[in-house]
Design a protein. Structure first.
Length: 736
């Protein structure tokens, strides 16, 4: 197309689009079309200002956002969009480091890193840290604190000794600093970087090699940063450095949605930006295109209680919408029951399961909802469960692939050297690693030429089967395509034999392996010239939100953090009690509470059509049942006047110390067979009758006290134990 159709932008968006020179900060409220503004601005620069696409950089926070922006720009510009650099911070840094990391020399003029460096996932990092702490003969209890402080230090761009100096009062700071230093040496010896290093090393590169920085400054004459409120210090330093020459930087964010301080997001970057770019223009986007008027009214009432924010009020031309639904439950089971029944009701009105999201503050709160959804045969998926790429069999496949791309990666070596079992014990592995470290070679060099390094004959015999596999794979790598190598590698290394039993677990592992091959095949079909190294990189930089697929017709159960950037037609925000949402800790400060409030604001503004808020009068916590105090956020929203309030009139059983005892008694509260339907159901699903379920198999009804209140019966299944299921919705069939 020859020009950009600007009629799709509102007046405030047009102002932001046409401010093409200098520093611009756009405070974009939730659902205000910030992605549209950014993409149209980039298209405008190219079509109307004749800027070369090669000179434009757009930085996002997730692969999902990157792909969405790329797709929109292709729709606007066609193939012209090909030369625009669109990526996440981490992907951008990986690309830069692949080209230049060897510049980072040691004091002796050598480099510990080459372009084939591995990127350690969180689990790889934890394994490496555990090894380092063990080698230092320090206490394992330091693990979690060391991990936190190392990440924090890197996000602040501080070396071990700089961090020690600035945090001298921290508990065990000397030991933590020692671990940090040793951990960095471990990574260097493995030609590996963790996620934080990707940013840290890139900034180091820019500071130590001005010519490299200038090369990228000259390329990125126009820089765009999405979700600016989520940047940490090192990310801010990177974009400040890149924009230092031309100072054409456009940042879009919303401090009302800054919810990641626990991983380094720094809301003060907004203040620093205005200081570092004193001529910057600050604009607002307040028109919301997502939610109804009533939902936005609630969100505005809540967030105005925060002080650390620019004053703005979301508004919309959307309709008023349904009133907010507020439910006070007896307990967490009743809360889940209410949510399940509401979903069933709305499904009958034409909604799809994928229209719904259940948002919690903590992962630990999902269990009652999972149980109820099973009872009601409601399909669901849980965010932040065990990720596909974190499953054992997949991690083992990835470790074999890393052997090919980075033979110095000892973390991957220790994972695969005895998988499948080859009788290679820890002592043998340690000997090989020690020899590799002493001679400055990879462990695979020792494996392939053990006699040259005077390896004991007993060890040579033990490692022979693995040596044969390594030789075969190295030979194969140069002769076949990437996807064919992956297929053959899985066969040669014995994965299929390892999981050949007919157990349900092994069958699931084989399905996962097949899915991995399918995923790899799709990747290389799309990226025909990419290497296995680039494929591994794409996997490593995947985030929770990238795995969300709204084509799956299932209810999403997630923490609020996990769905930032998503939206749903119907949202249930559950567990709205003090200690739960907001979380109250002894160390909580006014700033902590403001972040909790921002988290609630994000939860509310995920909803497009319907919003349901729920709380429980009691909850099982710390081994006993406790009275719960309503969340302060409910009163701040003036919920009593701004909702349809419903509540379960039944109180919970007092002085019940046992979870199981409470669960057993709760179905007996006020439940009487008052209707003919109840009586008929009780007769039909009488205690002692045999049933069948497609997932749980054969079972016997052991209780039907729930017929009147919940239309549920308790069934003792032969292989799965007791389950409480709905006779209305669960796929149970009487067999006698």
């Amino acid at each position: 197309m020859s020009e950009i159709d600007l009629d799709k932008l509102n007046p405030a968006q047009l102002v932001a689009l046409k401010e093409t020179e200098g520093a611009v900060m756009v405070m974009a409220g939730a659902g205000s079309g910030k992605t549209r503004v950014t993409t149209y601005r980039i298209a405008y620069l190219i079509r109307e200002r004749n800027v070369d696409p090669y000179n434009i950089l757009a930085i996002t926070f997730t692969n999902k956002a990157t792909n969405e922006m790329r797709e929109r720009l292709y729709n606007l510009l066609g193939d012209t969009a090909r030369d625009i650099w669109i990526s996440t911070f981490h992907s951008m840094c990986v690309k830069i480091l692949r080209s230049h990391i060897s510049n980072l020399k040691n004091s002796d003029g050598t480099s510990n890193f080459d372009s084939n460096f591995s990127i350690y996932t969180d689990s790889d990092r934890d394994k490496a840290l555990k090894t380092v702490i063990k080698n230092l003969n320090l206490d394992d209890d330091l693990m979690s604190r060391a991990s936190y402080h190392i990440s924090r230090a890197k996000n602040l761009h501080l070396s071990p000794w700089e961090y020690q100096k600035e945090n001298a009062d921290e508990l065990d700071i000397d030991e933590i600093t020692t671990i940090y230093s040793a951990y960095q040496n471990y990574l260097a010896s493995n030609n590996a970087l963790d996620f934080d290093d990707l940013l840290f090393k890139t900034y180091d590169l820019f500071m130590k090699f001005p010519n490299v920085l200038e090369r990228y400054q000259n390329r990125f004459m126009y820089i765009h940063v999405d979700e600016f409120q989520d940047t940490n210090k090192i990310q801010y330093l990177l974009v400040r450095a890149l924009s230092g020459k031309y100072k054409n930087i456009f940042v879009v964010g919303d401090e009302d949605q800054c919810i990641y301080s626990w991983r380094g997001a720094n809301i003060s970057n907004v203040i620093d930006f205005k200081h570092d770019f004193p001529e910057c223009k600050v604009l607002k986007l307040e028109q919301n295109y997502r939610s109804t008027k009533l939902i936005l009214s609630l969100a505005n009432l809540l967030i105005k209680n925060n002080n650390a924010r620019h004053d703005k009020t979301l508004w919309t031309e959307n309709n008023v919408g349904e009133k907010i639904d507020y439910y006070v439950a007896r307990d967490e089971f009743d809360e889940a029951e209410y949510v399940a029944r509401k979903i069933r009701d709305l499904i009958s009105e034409g909604y799809k399961y994928s229209d719904f999201a259940i948002l919690t503050r903590l992962n630990a709160m999902t269990a009652p909802f999972e149980e109820k959804f099973l009872n009601y045969n409601i399909p669901y998926k849980v965010f932040a469960g065990k990720k596909f790429f974190e499953r054992l069999e997949i991690k083992n496949i990835l470790a074999y692939l890393k052997m090919i791309t980075n033979p110095y990666d000892s973390t991957s070596f220790t994972r695969i050297v005895n998988f499948p079992k080859r009788g290679i014990g820890e002592a043998t592995v340690k000997t090989i690693l020690d020899l590799a470290s002493f001679h400055g070679v990879s462990p695979y060099t020792i494996i392939l030429s053990p006699e040259e390094y005077l390896v004991d004959k007993t060890i040579i015999k033990k490692i022979q089967p693995f040596k044969s596999i390594v030789e075969t794979l190295y030979s194969l790598y140069d002769t076949v395509s990437a996807i064919d190598f992956i297929r053959e590698m899985i066969k040669i290394t014995g994965f299929y034999e390892e999981y050949s039993s007919k157990s349900e677990e092994d069958m699931a592992r084989l399905v996962n392996i097949d899915n991995f091959i399918l995923l790899a095949s799709q990747y290389f079909d799309t990226n025909k010239h990419d290497t296995i190294s680039e494929f591994l990189q794409s996997i490593t930089l995947t985030t929770d939100i990238d795995e969300y697929d709204d084509k799956d017709n299932a209810v999403s159960i997630a923490t609020v953090h996990a769905v930032k950037g998503l939206e749903f037609k119907v949202v249930f925000v559950v567990g709205l009690e003090e200690k739960m949402f907001p979380i109250i800790r002894s160390s909580s400060s006014a700033l902590d509470m403001e972040e909790e409030r921002r988290l609630m604001f994000v939860a509310i503004t995920r909803a497009r059509k319907r919003l349901f808020l729920t709380r429980s009068r009691s909850r099982f916590m710390y081994g006993r049942r406790e009275f719960m105090v309503p969340s302060r956020f409910l009163s701040e929203c003036n919920i009593e006047d701004n909702s349809v309030k419903r509540e379960n009139p039944h109180e919970f059983v007092k002085n019940t110390s046992s979870f199981s005892a409470f669960a057993k008694q709760r179905f007996n509260l006020g439940e009487k067979l008052n209707t003919k339907e109840d009586v008929d159901l009780a007769k039909k699903y009488a205690v002692g009758r045999h049933v069948s379920h497609p997932k749980f198999g054969e079972g016997v009804i052991t209780g039907n006290n729930g017929i009147a209140l919940t239309k549920c019966v308790t069934i003792d299944f032969n292989d799965f134990g007791q389950k409480t299921l709905s006779v209305e919705y669960a796929p149970i069939r009487l067999t006698d």
